[in-house]
Design a protein around this ligand. Structure first.
Ligand SMILES: Nc1ncnc2c1ncn2[C@@H]1O[C@H](COP(=O)(O)OP(=O)(O)O)[C@@H](O)[C@H]1O
Ligand SMILES: [Mg+2]
Length: 240
């Protein structure tokens, strides 16, 4: 469950109002704070300064990723793909105020929970999840959205998890492209993340790809590209 990892009160970098926020998650590029926006629970995702980057380049990159994240969220929602609602964007502090998906689990946490539970319907729950992932990827690629950082931590499920739609997040590296190569790489990134985060899920990932293929009419070309990207990956490993 997405609970506050710390109750430390923090202030948003560059925010002159100095309002106190609770840090929920600390990532490599961004911090996620719990907040409220016009009476609703919200999160603030702030891309913080990286001291090893030139300040101008750093600000430019943060602005670009913040802008891309918001644009793609809007495009997803228009296409019926579930994402948090964006409430407000602050370009001065490179922060996005958006809907807080309360009582949610990342797909990563959800799979781990099932793999540790040992209940009789575990397989059924995993297949149903794989099917959600496959259809959601198909819907995204159908409107040329390349996520750019597909992992099981960038997908959320709301309670009750079995009934929840997949909620896609973290679009800072996204792009719009009709190229099968880009879509193949998107799937490859997820495949690598999936198989390295979750042991013994090869069959499950096959189900993701089968459902993707059933729901996306140009999937043949993309899956061909996926195979090419895999082979390049293998060659790279062999050459060291
Ligand atoms: N709208 C949200 N509601 C609830 N939890 C969220 C939300 N957005 C992000 N999170 C949590 O914060 C984590 C990091 O957010 P993310 O946007 O993926 O940033 P990062 O670029 O650091 O990976 C997610 O994996 C999820 O656990
Ligand atoms: Mg993320």
């Amino acid at each position: 469950m997405a609970s506050a990892v710390t109750c430390d009160q923090a202030t948003l970098e560059g925010d002159t109002s100095q309002s106190k926020l609770t840090l929920l998650k600390q990532g490599a590029e961004a911090r996620i704070y719990l907040s409220t926006f016009m009476g609703r629970s919200s999160i603030v995702k702030q891309r913080f300064k990286k001291s090893y980057r030139h300040p101008k380049l750093d600000a430019k990159l943060s602005q670009k990723r913040t802008g891309q994240e918001v644009r793609t969220i809007v495009k997803c929602r228009k296409a019926g793909i579930t994402t948090p609602v964006v409430y407000f964007v602050d370009n001065d502090t490179h922060s996005i105020h958006m809907e807080y998906i309360e009582d949610s689990l990342t797909v990563r946490e959800y799979i781990q929970q099932i793999q540790n539970s040992g209940e009789s319907n575990d397989d059924e729950r995993l297949v149903s999840l794989a099917s959600k992932v496959g259809t959601t990827l198909a819907s995204m690629h159908n409107v040329d959205i390349i996520h750019g950082d597909l992992t099981t931590s960038n997908m959320l499920l709301r309670q009750p998890y079995e009934d929840s739609r997949l909620i896609m997040i973290d679009f800072g590296l996204s792009q719009i492209s009709h190229m099968s190569e880009d879509k193949g790489v998107d799937l490859y990134v997820l495949e690598r993340a999936f198989l390295s985060s979750h042991p013994n899920t090869e069959e499950l990932f096959k189900t993701v790809l089968d459902v993707y293929a059933e729901n996306y009419k140009k999937s043949g070309e993309v899956l061909k590209k996926l195979e090419e990207v895999r082979q390049r990956g293998r060659k790279r490993v062999m050459l060291g």
